[in-house]
Design a binder for this molecule. Structure first.
Ligand SMILES: [Zn+2]
Length: 359
């Protein structure tokens, strides 16, 4: 009997305790009180891992995570009933390589955190867990998201000669709400880049390559009036998700001085092949167009940096220069440029294969 009483007391005590904590939780909902992120490089494997930490004022079960490829690759954590505390921003910029941004979205009483990524992650690429509060260390309850990209495409590049069977991503610069540069007589860069890209696509397909276009009509790739990063990462995601062998972004140059002219190609040296691709394209564009040689140069442009395959951005000619604007509008010149891009790609794959293929 005494034992039963003791049990009953304990039970009532527990009941009171849990009722009190329910009441407390209702009056003071769990809040996100801080967001931190850092990138850690594994000393042994060299793999980079991004850790995103949410500081909370109370415990939470491990949030559910969902991966989606649309509208941009992302990973979303559900935080039902959680509120944003003072000083927590609606969005955070992340490292830009493993993840682009973390954005809080509220729907009714539920909160979600969407982490926008440069490409789709696999189940094994991320981990979500919680860490208890540690009063001694002055640490609150935490939700941790670790993202580590397991695919290492940059070290596994291997090329064979020829265009047959290759996957080539072609990115006509600008489009939709973004006209790009304008020529003195009103020619829009976005129309030239699309025209040349469509001609390039037709020629590549004739050579047996598979072509992935970031756009095939006059539209924004992400959506109208998107931020630059959203728009550009939508373009790199198209190429990365298609596992393209090479990426070419087509643009026209523009300058305040109307006399500036010529052709240039740009690359970001993330593999030994990026410069090779830009050189091959530049050589063929000069042969075909006969414009001023402004060289193949390195640049920090988003689309050539964030694509995982060898990538180059070509500036066919200056749309701000009347003579070159006329050329860029001409179907004959457009066809010459398209043909040069195809020949440049062909010579790139041949050189890459001859260089041993593997990085
Ligand atoms: Zn442009």
């Amino acid at each position: 009997m005494r034992r039963i009483v003791r049990f009953l007391c304990l039970f009532l005590l527990l009941l009171c305790f849990s009722a009190a904590s329910v009441a407390e939780a209702a009056s003071q909902a769990t809040q996100v009180q801080g967001v931190k992120s850092h990138v850690h490089t594994d000393a042994v494997t060299g793999a980079a891992k991004l850790r995103l930490v949410l500081d909370l004022n109370g415990p939470l079960t491990v949030p559910e995570a969902a991966v989606s490829a649309t509208p941009l690759p992302n990973l979303t954590l559900s935080l039902p009933g959680v509120k944003l505390g003072k000083g927590v921003k609606a969005s955070y910029q992340l490292d830009g390589k493993i993840a682009n941004t973390a954005v809080f979205k509220r729907s009714g009483s539920d909160l979600a955190l969407t982490v926008n990524l440069p490409g789709v992650v696999q189940a094994g690429d991320y981990k979500v867990f919680t860490l208890p509060a540690d009063d001694k260390a002055g640490r609150p309850f935490r939700v941790v998201l670790d993202i580590q990209l397991s695919s290492a495409p940059l070290t596994k590049l291997k090329f064979s000669a020829g265009l047959k069977g290759k996957v080539v991503a072609i990115d006509p610069g600008h489009g939709g709400s973004d006209s790009g540069a304008l020529g003195p007589s009103g020619l829009k860069e976005k129309d030239v880049t699309l025209a040349v890209a469509m001609r390039t696509k037709a020629l590549l397909e004739k050579s047996g390559a598979r072509v992935i276009m970031t756009r095939m009509t006059d539209k924004d790739v992400f959506g109208p009036n998107a931020s630059n990063v959203e728009e550009l990462s939508a373009r790199t995601a198209v190429a990365n998700n298609a596992k393209a062998d090479a990426f070419v972004s087509i643009h026209n140059d523009s300058f305040s001085s109307a006399t500036a002219s010529g052709t240039s190609s740009f690359y970001y040296e993330k593999t030994k092949y990026d410069g090779m691709l830009a050189d091959c394209l530049q050589e063929q564009l000069l042969n075909a167009g006969g414009r001023n040689d402004r060289g193949a140069n390195t640049a920090n442009f988003y689309v050539i940096k964030r694509t995982v395959m060898p990538a180059a951005l070509v500036e066919l000619a200056f749309i701000s220069n009347s003579e070159e604007e006329r050329l860029l509008a001409s179907p004959t010149f457009q066809q010459k440029m398209a043909n040069a891009i195809v020949m440049g790609l062909d010579s790139f794959f041949r050189k890459a294969a001859a260089s041993g293929g593997v990085q």
